[in-house]
Ligand binder design. Structure first.
Ligand SMILES: NC(=O)c1ccc[n+]([C@@H]2O[C@H](COP(=O)([O-])OP(=O)(O)OC[C@H]3O[C@@H](n4cnc5c(N)ncnc54)[C@H](O)[C@@H]3O)[C@@H](O)[C@H]2O)c1
Length: 369
């Protein structure tokens, strides 16, 4: 890698669970260089720097004071996003933040306002919609392969986090649950394919009030559920497409697909939007069999390989936007998807359809290889 290729010097804030997956993913791009890691726990930052061969480590203030860092990748927990993102923008850094944009819609609005006012760019996860799967689906739609889209379904049916996570409390706390934990991947895929949502209605509830933790390394035996774990929603997209979403941590067994889009001439079936890649299948009305569409972009983390978990396409998208390219994983898009998801609970509480206040452009499609 030459000095000329490395155009963006990155400091990562937060050296927790997902840190290694970011470092691995970012290193696949020669134009990106991870030069510093910071954590509120500086010993953790130091250890992460040593393990991954990153030259500098320290706390957040040192990161923001490092003039050589142009992009801060913020992978702190959601409750710290608003404060730390705004501090980094204020310090003159471009920022990429993990999902959700902020822990509450009010905080997210403040972050969006700060990003809109300021000179520095903010990117936000989820970025899996930039991967080959959703881009291939988008390309199929744009080329009319299913005719005019009429309806879509999204089924988040993960459960059992307590069987594998040592401390699943956050998944059942106010900023967790299927809607805020997994919903962003599904909503980003749908909005990227179908455009913004105009209104939603939803019914939400808690399933089991407590969950028994059975993971072998558990630090708690039981969690109290404080967030809706079973949600059924109807979404009316601005285009007129009607979406049906089931987002649940209470579905232990099912044969439901992940995402399907139904058009006047056929059906598209998308893979798990938590990954970048995977088979996109098409069945036009006259077809006997489903056909797997050829990916329209390069793969980033092929499903079934160790690379499927790595992250970084969104940071590359931000780097491209800094250079004047399209900014796909932008804050208006992230805010809109979050507002859609947050509106489910509003609809349940107020027993009404909720009209979305925000909207966004459909992000530009990624160029094919
Ligand atoms: N872990 C995953 O599988 C996963 C997957 C997708 C998205 N994410 C997102 O990534 C983000 C981080 O998740 P994680 O699982 O790595 O969290 P984590 O709790 O494992 O790690 C977070 C790290 O941030 C540090 N930190 C906390 N507050 C800080 C502050 N104010 N300044 C600096 N450092 C601070 C903590 O000390 C910790 O080291 C979250 O937004 C989460 O939603 C995580």
């Amino acid at each position: 890698m030459t000095q000329q290729q490395t155009r963006h010097r990155i400091g990562i804030l937060g050296a927790g669970d997902i840190f290694g997956r970011y470092v691995e993913g970012l290193r696949t791009f020669p134009e990106l260089d991870v030069v510093r890691v910071a954590d509120i726990d500086t010993s953790r930052a130091k250890q992460a720097a040593a393990e991954h061969g990153i030259p500098a480590s320290g706390d957040a203030d040192e990161l923001l004071a490092d003039d050589s860092v142009g992009i801060v990748v913020n992978i702190t927990p959601p409750q710290f996003h608003a404060e730390t993102v705004m501090a980094a923008l204020e310090a003159g850094k471009h920022v990429y933040v993990e999902k959700p944009l902020a822990a509450t819609i009010e905080e997210a609005r403040e972050v969006l306002d700060a990003a809109t006012r300021g000179r520095y760019l903010l990117g936000s996860a989820p970025d899996t919609f930039l991967g080959s799967a959703v881009q291939t689906a988008r390309n199929a739609l744009d080329n009319g392969l299913i005719g005019e889209p009429v309806g879509a379904t999204a089924f988040v049916r993960s459960s059992r986090v307590e069987t594998r996570h040592p401390d699943p409390r956050a998944f059942y706390g106010p900023a967790g649950g299927p809607v805020l934990d997994m919903g962003p991947y599904y909503m980003a895929a749908l909005v990227n394919c179908l455009g913004p949502v105009a209104q939603v209605s939803a019914a939400t509830r808690i399933g089991a009030p407590t969950r028994k933790v059975t993971s072998p390394e558990r630090v708690v035996d039981e969690v109290t559920v404080e967030v809706s774990t079973h949600v059924s929603a109807t979404l009316t997209f601005a285009s007129g497409v009607i979406g049906t979403a089931l987002m649940s941590f209470d579905v232990w067994d099912t044969e439901l697909p992940r995402i399907e889009i139904y058009g006047t001439e056929g059906t598209l079936s998308l893979p798990n939007p938590n990954f970048f890649d995977g088979d996109v299948r098409l069945k036009r009305h006259q077809d006997q069999e489903w056909q797997v569409l050829a990916p329209v972009t390069e793969l980033f983390g092929a499903v079934g390989t160790p690379e499927q978990l790595r992250r970084g396409l969104g940071v590359r998208d931000l780097a491209g936007a800094i250079e004047g390219g399209p900014h796909r994983a932008n804050p208006a898009f992230a805010f809109h998807t979050l507002e859609v998801l947050a509106s489910f609970e509003t609809s349940q509480q107020e027993k009404r359809f909720v009209a979305l206040e925000s909207s966004c452009e459909r992000p530009a499609s990624r160029p094919s290889h």
